[in-house]
Design a protein around this ligand. Structure first.
Ligand code: DQA
Length: 147
């Protein structure tokens, strides 16, 4: 059970091209590589998945969570309205850390609400790609000690 699921929601496949001021210059592949290499140093492997479709993210969680230790998730805009993703995260029974590249509390009013955060054990927001490294450290600290 040394697998960490790294999940990205809608529009995050466009990182590197979309709104660099908020999201930084890195592509999704850059971020996945960064998290995978940091995870490897700590003895974990990463299984990454991105979709623009809510149901595909839920299908992935249902399929992969039984063989995983924890989750890092950036739900994109689903953060602000997807109760279905919230429930899917809870149903995994796994510790999850929610990450946002931008500071969702310093932008439009509607971004300040995260309906998925209550399903997570922590949230890291506004630290661009460094937020993922922080999320990984936080997640690993919450995992059951392995024998
Ligand atoms: C985001 C913030 C969301 O509000 C937005 O819809 C995104 C990206 C972030 O990483 O800052 O797509 O999750």
């Amino acid at each position: 059970m040394n697998t960490i699921l790294l999940i990205h929601g809608p529009n995050l496949n466009m990182l590197g091209e979309r709104d660099k001021e908020h999201y930084g210059p890195l592509t999704l592949s850059d971020i996945e590589t960064l998290v995978a290499s940091e995870a490897k140093k700590a003895g974990f492997e990463c299984k990454a998945f991105q979709s623009n479709h809510e149901g595909a993210l839920i299908d992935f969680l249902q399929k992969e969570s039984p063989n995983a230790a924890g989750i890092i998730v950036n739900p994109g805009a689903l953060t602000h309205y997807s109760y279905a993703l919230h429930d899917a995260l809870v149903d995994t029974g796994l510790p999850a850390i929610e990450v946002h590249l931008s500071d969702i509390n310093a932008r439009e009013e509607w971004r300040r609400i995260s309906v998925t955060a209550p399903a997570c054990t922590g949230v890291v927001s506004g630290k661009k790609e460094k937020g993922y490294v922080e999320a990984l450290t936080l997640l690993i600290s919450r995992l059951e000690p392995r024998t």
